[in-house]
Ligand binder design. Structure first.
Ligand code: NOJ
Length: 925
């Protein structure tokens, strides 16, 4: 049985090339591509006019060779030996997918078996192995973000990595840190970890480490500024939207989590679909060659998002290393932007030999870096069917059959990790009168269809493209199938028989209303643009930021009938809660997207076996208009939709604080059943501050190879189909016919051919020095040196006090253990504001304590780096400490709105303040 019909919708995402700074058409390239690239140039000229003034994607060439940082040196040495023995066709083969639906995985590269390099399997998605069975459906990225627990972030990553390895997938297509969550309505924010670069960055770093420690190549995606779903892709009628962003904002917000992933050694990066400052992400040389591979020192390989590639030569020169899934504009006909066309482009001299060598070396080096040359399993599943036997190459139509699914169970004991994440993410926003935890004798009435799993089965909608029943994940390629779904109602039934169930979203006309508590389950969903759910094309266009399925009315009606209403929200992101101040709405819990473990995780909190310890990974505003207009979705525009980041580096709480707008619930907020205090806080300077980091060390030498264009007539064949080669119709190969190969070679050798019209600014000369902000993985290593250590004691002082004056329903006093989340925010010296305006406070670190018994304490240390106290100086193109002698304040507290202990970088003293820079203060014992 065909597994996922929704994949077909991607076929209609035909790609029209279009760029502002792109290369002119390639006179030496194939006729097919020349025509497309020529059309491009014309469209580009028109589009370039649409990008607002000041947003530029400058040309930046050539692509830096990989292999210049010490941490990758050994893998590059091995890769160089292997690549030196590859033919041209073998090199191009490993850079290009074999075509959509052609092999078992979301994407598969070609191989170079002759020299021992296998086909690689690339598989979605960020919360578990997609399109298979016997896997764990982990809580989504936003949910692990809400735990603020670094160890769990690592453990979840490690468990995901084990499952990908167990299925034989070489490359995990996650984690996602772009979208960052700039737009609350953005469809795919839930795949990432929250609307702050430091939270995203730490979660990405821990996830990458966990995944790659299992030998799986992680893919950090989507590079870059991919903040909404609608109009993301180029199509024959319209180019994808252009995210227009200034350099400082790129560095301080959107590149930050990628830099952390690169520091953690991530092996792959995936492009975005959209353009950035007018130039498509797959061929934006500034973004890939300069920012990613030079400044951030990325040593792995850069792949296109699926069908995001828009041209042949331009993408190669701009730094793309792998074309996914291999098909060009019109998929499934055996054509490609690369593969045999790339072979041809190297033979005819358009793409330098040195560029294809670097592409291949980067891919092979990443494979060695993860140890995949040692006993790595082959894929044992098919993304395209759930039958054991099926077509080996389903997209080929005429294909041999074979065993494609071995149903390998990779779950191990990962349910426990998934449950720990789902539990620790639960965020208690409100708990008047200590309504929670519930006593075991409490009588409950449960409302809302989200309490129970989809009656048609939790996997009945392909890629979760419906919102029916418990919402454990959003929809799209970031979803995975549930092995089971432990829904809240099952877990409640296991706890109590004092339960009346009204599992619909319409409030019943007759109810008894005699129960102590009404538990109301509501949801808000979003996903990827190729599926529209209830009128929402990925982004929350129709639903807005309100609960789905009349959720608000359900809460309001329950609040009319019951004195004590507990609202449980399963959501992709912030929602507006106009009902939250109704007197009967006593408690609000966010489950975020709990994955398969939605039930017991919730009841363990409701009944007080554990104290809630989740904190919001985004702010929740009173109204949508509390955020700037520029973070609204962009809709249809003639030509290229323009998404201009006019708010600059002021998103989420950075914006709200700067404009004195009190959020409904601030970023980082989350209540506990216990109270915590901070005591004996100190700040220690670890290293003297200078305004600029010391210059980085020079780059190490990178592999070198002969740069002569190979003669296709030599043996083993460099480019020509071997005799009697058996071809599968529509499969993508890297070989050329003899006549095509010889023609291309002749062009490349002919002194009279017009050379490829490289763009202004094009150079083939490698820059062997490091830029000041570069020099190591993630940037200049000096940026990551610890500058300040903040030490503080966190104590569980006992049960939380009642949070309002009402006396009704105050039922329980919690005496159990509880975990606290300590957050540290930087405030730059006032003296710096005239030169570099900075948000009032910015998150720079956090730590979750162990479960502390009442009266128990834990010492917590957070370190801040030079980068944490720097701003991006556009003119100097470097991270600058704006006032090294000035007083930096490190604010400690429980959310971006509850900061009351300030540690001074000048005195080292941490003192209690009545008010924080924003919101209320805290007491320091
Ligand atoms: C498109 C999505 O944007 C990307 O995240 C995913 O990995 C690929 N499709 C493959 O499904």
């Amino acid at each position: 049985m065909l597994r996922q019909v929704t994949h077909l919708s991607l076929f209609f995402s035909f790609v029209l090339p279009s760029l502002s700074e792109d290369l002119p058409q390639d006179a030496r390239f194939s006729a097919f591509q020349s025509a497309s690239e020529e059309a491009n140039a014309t469209v580009d000229a028109v589009l370039a006019l649409a990008v607002p003034e000041g947003y530029v994607a400058a040309p930046w060439y050539p692509t830096p060779h990989g292999g210049w940082t010490p941490d990758w040196a050994e893998s590059y040495a091995k890769a160089a030996d292997l690549v030196a023995n590859m033919t041209l066709a073998e090199k191009t083969n490993i850079t290009t997918g074999t075509g959509y639906f052609m092999d078992r995985c979301t994407g598969n590269t070609g191989s170079a078996h002759r020299v021992g390099f296998p086909q690689l399997c690339l598989q979605d998605g960020p919360l578990g192995v997609r399109n298979t069975e016997n896997n764990t459906a982990f809580p989504a990225g936003i949910t692990i973000g809400a735990t603020w627990n670094k160890e769990l972030m690592y453990q979840r990553g490690a468990a995901i990595g084990q499952e990908f390895r167990g299925k034989g997938a070489n490359i995990h297509l996650g984690p996602s840190v772009g979208a960052l969550g700039r737009k609350p309505r953005g469809g795919r924010n839930w795949e990432g970890f929250g609307s702050d670069p430091v939270l995203q960055g730490i979660a990405a770093r821990e996830s990458v480490r966990g995944i790659q420690d299992q030998g799986v190549i992680a893919t950090i995606k989507h590079w870059l500024v991919n903040e909404q779903e609608m109009f993301r892709m180029y199509n024959p009628f319209q180019p994808g939207y252009s995210s227009n962003v200034d350099d400082r904002t790129l560095h301080e917000l959107y590149m930050w989590p990628f830099a952390e992933a690169i520091r953690a050694g991530v092996g792959a990066v995936m492009s975005a679909y959209n353009a950035v400052n007018g130039s498509a992400s797959t061929q934006n040389s500034y973004l890939i060659n300069n920012l990613l591979k030079d400044e951030l020192g990325f040593q792995g390989f850069m792949m296109s998002d699926w069908f995001a590639q828009n041209s042949g030569v331009a993408t190669a020169l701009s730094g793309l290393d792998m074309s996914m899934p291999g098909d060009p504009t019109v998929p499934l006909f055996g054509d490609a932007w690369w593969a045999f066309h790339l072979t041809e482009a190297v033979l005819n001299g358009s793409v330098p030999v040195d560029r294809i060598n670097d592409m291949a070396t980067r891919i092979v080096a990443a494979w060695y870096q993860m140890g995949q040359d040692q006993d790595y399993p082959e894929p044992n599943f098919s993304s395209w069917t759930d039958d054991a036997v099926g077509l080996l190459h389903p997209g080929a139509l005429i294909s041999p059959q074979g065993v494609v699914n071995e149903f390998v169970d990779v779950q191990g004991d990962h349910a426990a990790i998934a449950r720990a994440v789902a539990t620790e993410a639960i965020t208690l926003l409100k708990n008047d009168n200590q309504t929670l935890p519930l006593s075991s004798s409490a009588t409950l009435a449960v409302f809302g269809s989200a309490a129970a799993q989809n009656p048609d089965g939790p996997n009945s909608c392909a890629d979760k493209g419906c919102n029916k029943g418990t919402l454990g994940m959003g929809w799209g390629s970031g979803s995975a199938d549930y092995p089971y779904l432990d829904d809240p109602i099952s877990a409640l039934r296991r706890r109590t028989s004092n339960l009346t169930e009204y599992l619909t979203d319409t409030f019943p006309s007759t109810i008894d209303a005699g129960e102590d508590y009404a538990l109301v389950f509501i949801t808000a969903d979003s996903g990827e643009n190729y599926i529209t759910v209830d009128g929402n094309p990925g982004d929350r266009t129709v639903a807005g930021l309100y609960a789905w399925h009349n959720g608000d009315e359900l809460v309001e009606k329950a609040a009319e009938q019951y004195d004590t209403v507990i609202v449980i929200v399963q959501t992709v992101g912030p929602i507006l809660m106009d009902w939250s101040d109704l007197p009967s709405v006593k408690a609000i819990l966010f489950q975020h997207l709990p994955g398969q473990e939605a039930g017991e995780s919730l009841t363990s909190i409701l009944y007080g076996e554990e104290s809630p310890s989740g904190h919001l990974p985004y702010s929740i505003t009173h109204q949508e208009s509390d955020l700037p207009e520029s973070v609204d979705l962009v809709y249809f525009e003639l030509g290229q939709p323009q998404d201009t980041y006019a708010e600059r580096h002021y998103i989420d709480y950075r914006y709200l604080n700067a404009h004195n707008i009190t959020p409904h619930y601030p970023f980082g907020h989350g209540l506990s059943y216990a109270n915590f205090s901070l005591s004996t806080a100190t700040l220690t300077s670890l290293s003297p501050l200078t305004s600029l980091p010391p210059p980085p060390s020079p780059k190490l030498p990178t592999p070198t190879y002969p740069t002569t264009i190979p003669n296709p007539s030599t043996s083993p064949t460099e480019a020509i189909y071997p005799p009697n080669f058996s071809r599968i119709w529509r499969y993508i190969y890297s070989y050329l016919s003899e006549s095509d190969a010889l023609r291309a070679y002749d062009i490349g050798q002919s002194p009279t051919t017009t050379p490829y019209p490289y763009p202004a600014g094009y150079s083939a000369t490698q820059r062997n020095h490091s830029v000041p902000a570069g020099g190591g993985p993630g940037g200049n290593p000096a940026l990551f040196e610890p500058i300040f250590a903040v030490n503080v004691t966190v104590t569980n002082t006992g049960a939380a006090a009642s949070t309002n004056n009402s006396t009704s329903n105050s039922t329980s006093t919690y005496t159990g253990h509880a975990k606290a989340v300590l957050q540290a925010y930087i405030q730059f010296p006032a003296s710096t504001q005239s030169s570099f305006d900075t948000p009032p406070v910015q998150l720079r670190g956090f730590a979750k304590t162990r479960a502390l018994a009442p009266g128990e304490s834990q010492e917590v240390e957070l370190t801040l780096t030079r980068k944490d106290v720097s701003v991006w100086d556009v003119a100097r193109q470097n991270w600058v400490v704006p006032d090294p002698a000035g007083e930096y304040l490190v604010w400690l507290g429980w959310s971006s709105g509850q900061l009351g202990v300030a540690c001074s970088s000048v005195t080292g003293v941490c003192a209690e303040r009545e008010r924080g820079p924003v919101g209320l203060g805290l007491s320091l014992r």
